[in-house]
Design a protein around this ligand. Structure first.
Ligand SMILES: Nc1nc2c(ncn2[C@@H]2O[C@H](COP(=O)(O)OP(=O)(O)OP(=O)(O)O)[C@@H](O)[C@H]2O)c(=O)[nH]1
Length: 428
């Protein structure tokens, strides 16, 4: 009934393809991702999208004159109100383009911030997004400021209404940032307390990570039966959601684990948001096992996986952290590709092909997770070469050594350990 009042904003997505700055992502999937991002905003209709080749960035207007005029016509014909530019746009370019096109304009960071603020569900999430948004605004003020200085011929002339206003704005933003930071610290402390009390619970934590839209929440819901806001949107989970899950052990017993869903990753994450991610993803740092959920049907699934691993390493997660790869959405693969994936997953003990929608492969994955935390110990004998002192030290730290004898090639060891320790040892 209210349809007329909530008419969606008509938006147009532009993906600048900067010839001098080609990354390994092709422009078409860049545009596709930007459109998907835009669609994640509520009450917005993407009425058009295109790649704009950009041999050279124009400082004042980003695009060249001819292109701007051509676009102006198109935007006007389509009655566009909001233009989303998938890349950085300086405040000056933004102002100029908004004036010529008579639209509102958001760049990639602005767009992601909008989505984040719309999705944040816990107090901490909201605070983080506010902080990120403020830092973003602050850098824009700084840029406007340098621009002003340049216009004055770089004389370093200070004073005048422009500067004073900007300085006041910056101070106001700094004060707000300080206050947000204090609140966030408090929330973080409370969380720390929760975590400490949880640490007393002897349940392993399994964290889901993955590129946005990989299917983490769908998987999480499927296995926990939880009602975690299932949707066809990006970034539905800005805050980690945790549920306990009881798995069956190999001997028919129960094993309880805590499964934690996290925010989806994305390429070219604006720097202002990296900190917000870091706090949100602390759970992952704490996890006993990471499940890296991948949309194996996506044509850039390998690039997405590389992005996720890069973000994890930026977050300080060790390369050899225990991790399973979950190849999700196999139901969407054509037969041949599907068979190939299933065969490879069959060969490697830390890769699993599943469909979070049909449920295929999930039992095997959960059995492997359960086995990973199997307490049953196994005895092994092997030689640790003298050059691998780190491995030997680790065995003693873990307290698994039964006996040790110095031989010709190294230490002949006998150990008693869990399958989990065995895997960790291999990765050292
Ligand atoms: N066909 C198919 N679709 C799936 C599968 N898993 C997830 N999807 C769909 O993929 C879309 C994204 O799934 P989500 O579970 O929301 O993805 P997510 O990784 O939690 O996304 P973010 O919250 O953005 O990080 C939804 O439309 C799901 O229905 C699958 O195994 N097969």
């Amino acid at each position: 009934m209210l349809e007329h009042e909530t008419r969606p904003t008509r938006a147009w997505v532009l993906h600048p393809d900067i010839t001098s700055n080609r990354t390994r992502r092709d422009a078409t999937s860049g545009l596709e991702e930007a459109v998907a991002l835009a669609a994640a905003l509520p009450n917005l209709e993407v009425v058009g999208s295109e790649i704009v080749r950009l041999p050279k960035i124009q400082p004042g207007h980003l695009f060249g004159k001819g292109k701007i005029e051509e676009l102006r016509q198109r935007l006007q014909d389509a009655d566009v109100e909001l233009v989303l530019v998938d890349g950085p746009v300086t405040p000056v370019q933004q102002r100029n383009l908004e004036k010529v096109w008579k639209v509102k304009l958001l760049d990639r960071t602005g767009l992601i911030l909008e989505i984040f603020s719309d999705r944040a569900r816990t107090r901490e999430g909201v605070l983080q997004v506010e902080m990120a948004a403020l830092s973003y605004q602050r850098t824009r003020l700084v840029r406007a400021w340098t621009h002003l200085e340049r216009q004055r011929g770089g004389l370093g002339f200070v004073g005048g209404p422009g500067e004073t206003q900007i300085e006041a704005d910056r101070r106001a933003i700094d004060e707000q940032l300080g206050s947000l930071k204090r609140q966030l610290d408090k929330v973080a402390k409370t969380r720390e307390l929760h975590r400490a009390s949880r640490a007393k619970v002897p349940f392993p934590i399994v964290a889901l990570v993955g590129y946005t839209n990989a299917g983490k929440s769908t998987f999480f819901n499927k296995v926990t039966g939880a009602d975690v806001f299932a949707k066809d949107m990006l970034f539905a989970t800005l805050d980690p959601t945790m549920r306990s899950l009881v798995l069956e052990t190999a001997h028919g017993g129960d094993r309880e684990i805590i499964l934690s869903d996290t925010v989806g990753f994305i390429s070219n994450l604006p720097t202002q948001l990296v900190a917000a991610f870091r706090a949100t993803l602390e759970e992952v740092l704490d996890a006993d096992l990471i499940l890296h959920v991948r949309d194996i049907s996506h044509h850039q699934t390998d690039e997405q996986a590389a992005d996720v691993l890069k973000i994890l390493s930026d977050l300080g997660i060790k390369e050899n952290a225990p991790m399973f790869e979950v190849w999700n959405k196999i139901d969407l693969l054509p037969d041949e590709a599907r068979e190939a994936r299933l065969a490879r997953a069959g060969e490697e003990d830390d890769k699993f092909a599943i469909s979070a929608v049909t449920g295929e492969g999930i039992d095997d994955l959960l059995a492997a997770v359960s086995a990973y935390f199997e307490d049953d110990k196994i005895e092994r004998a092997f030689v640790v070469p003298y050059a691998q002192g780190k491995k030997r030290a680790w065995l003693f730290e873990e307290g698994v050594v039964l006996s040790e004898e110095a031989g010709e090639d190294g230490y002949a060891m006998r150990v008693l350990w869990t399958p989990r320790q065995e895997k960790e040892f291999r990765d050292i």
